[in-house]
Ligand binder design. Structure first.
Ligand SMILES: NC(=O)c1ccc[n+]([C@@H]2O[C@H](COP(=O)([O-])OP(=O)(O)OC[C@H]3O[C@@H](n4cnc5c(N)ncnc54)[C@H](O)[C@@H]3O)[C@@H](O)[C@H]2O)c1
Ligand SMILES: CC(C)CCC[C@@H](C)[C@H]1CC[C@H]2C3=C(CC[C@]12C)[C@@]1(C)CC[C@H](O)[C@@H](C(=O)O)[C@@H]1CC3
Length: 365
């Protein structure tokens, strides 16, 4: 392999041109694979990459859609043999696969987020991939207490609030530690927070489901806590900027970056706006935070003890209550400085686009 003017390895001339669907002449450094590309964020990322002239492959345990020009590889990322073919002749990999945060399955989180990420790194190195962009989470520093304008130098949570967070911390550490400029394997981690937008499978659907069951009448705490919610297109923008700034001399190598809408909003104002936009009533009655958190903890313990006999999933988990009743917003100054990040869609517009995209979740639909 040769090096281009940015110090990036380029594939031999026979690989420099490729015909993908109707597009042609895709440079080898614009060939990428999105691991987790069937998911909410992954699919938005795939669509934007195609728009920007990248040639895209998707590796995922499931195939949720078809798109002209996208090659799908189906498999478990923990299995290197199935993963390797999806990384051939690719210079850039985005890793945004993870089990759903709502699951309480410790074994699954450890296997996919920790062992699986180790496998992803090994496979990338083996296949000669030069850049790995990880989707981490701002929650890696969240312990259930207030974070106001948190910067990336906050320590990782010592007492992660759930298995999802615990394994996202280990995953991020693995990816950042693997950054090796000597070997020209460069890594970076993007830490989004509260992603929302069209096709989101959790935030809006869970909110609407809770409202339909008559449980969205209460505000947890005094309702003034500020939070970041990030429109999916801004998260995608942050990922692509990171990939395009990742070069051996760049300050972003081996570092984490918060990517948010940079518009902290009251948690309950955001929830109310989405609910009212879809025709539901906004929550009105206040409940003390400590009471609701205590109850959620009790329910979680009960669910754990009774698991062998009955299985039930409480709506108000300790994690959700903590997120609903505390401040958690983050500074994206570092992303602005190092890669010129600026949100492309404002919060208000993001909420409108999101609400419009869920006609089937409207009240009475
Ligand atoms: N949604 C949010 O608010 C949010 C916020 C911060 C960070 N993140 C991170 O963003 C990433 C994407 O999240 P999302 O909301 O799009 O989730 P998602 O569930 O929609 O997508 C995850 C994808 O990973 C795939 N996957 C899971 N296990 C796999 C395995 N073993 N092998 C291959 N593929 C597998 C799933 O099939 C799915 O398509 C995750 O890493 C998540 O931790 C999400
Ligand atoms: C039942 C109500 C009290 C709340 C209903 C809405 C919640 C389902 C969402 C509100 C904030 C969301 C959120 C996540 C999941 C869905 C909510 C709890 C994450 C935990 C998903 C995983 C991400 O990595 C977290 C992040 O750091 O961005 C999310 C934080 C916000």
């Amino acid at each position: 392999q040769r090096e281009d003017e940015q110090g990036e390895k380029t594939a031999p001339p026979s690989h420099q041109l490729s015909f993908i669907g109707a597009r042609c002449c895709v440079q080898s450094n614009k060939r990428c694979t999105v691991i987790g590309g069937s998911g909410f964020l992954g699919r938005h990322l795939v669509e934007k990459l195609l728009e920007r002239g990248y040639s895209v492959s998707v590796f995922d345990i499931r195939q949720s859609y078809e798109l002209p020009g996208v090659t799908f590889y189906q498999g478990d990322l923990c299995d290197k043999r199935t993963l390797l073919p999806a990384l051939q002749d690719v210079s850039l990999v985005f890793h945004c696969a993870s089990p759903a945060p709502g699951s309480d399955n410790r074994e699954l989180f450890e296997r996919v987020n920790i062992l699986g990420t180790r496998t992803v790194i090994e496979a990338c190195v083996e296949a000669g991939v030069q850049k790995l962009v990880l989707t981490s989470s701002a929650s890696v520093v969240f312990e259930g207490t207030d974070i106001k304008n948190g910067r990336e130098d906050l320590p990782y949570a010592k007492k992660p609030i759930d298995y999802y967070t615990q394994t996202k911390i280990e995953q991020e550490k693995l990816v950042l530690a693997a950054c090796d400029t000597e070997k020209n394997f460069l890594t970076v981690a993007i830490r989004p927070h509260g992603i929302f937008g069209p096709r989101d499978p959790q935030l809006v659907p869970i909110l609407v489901d809770t409202a339909r069951r008559g449980k969205m009448k209460f505000i947890i705490g005094d309702g003034t806590n500020l939070v970041d919610f990030t429109f999916v297109e801004n998260v995608v923008h942050g990922h692509i900027l990171a990939a395009e700034h990742l070069r051996p001399s760049s300050p972003i190598c081996g570092k984490p970056y918060h990517i948010t809408n940079d518009e902290p909003v009251r948690f309950w104002d955001f929830m109310s706006e989405v609910l009212m936009g879809l025709g539901y009533a906004a929550p009105r009655y206040h409940l003390p935070y400590t009471l609701v958190y205590g109850l959620a903890l009790l329910l979680w313990l009960l669910a754990l003890v009774l698991r062998p006999l009955v299985s039930f999933k409480p709506t108000f988990t300790p994690m959700r209550v903590a997120l609903a009743g505390t401040h958690h917003y983050y500074s994206c100054e570092r992303a602005k400085q190092d890669m010129g990040y600026k949100p492309v869609i404002g919060l208000k517009e993001g909420i409108t686009l999101t609400v419009q995209s869920y006609p089937h979740l409207r009240r009475g639909a």
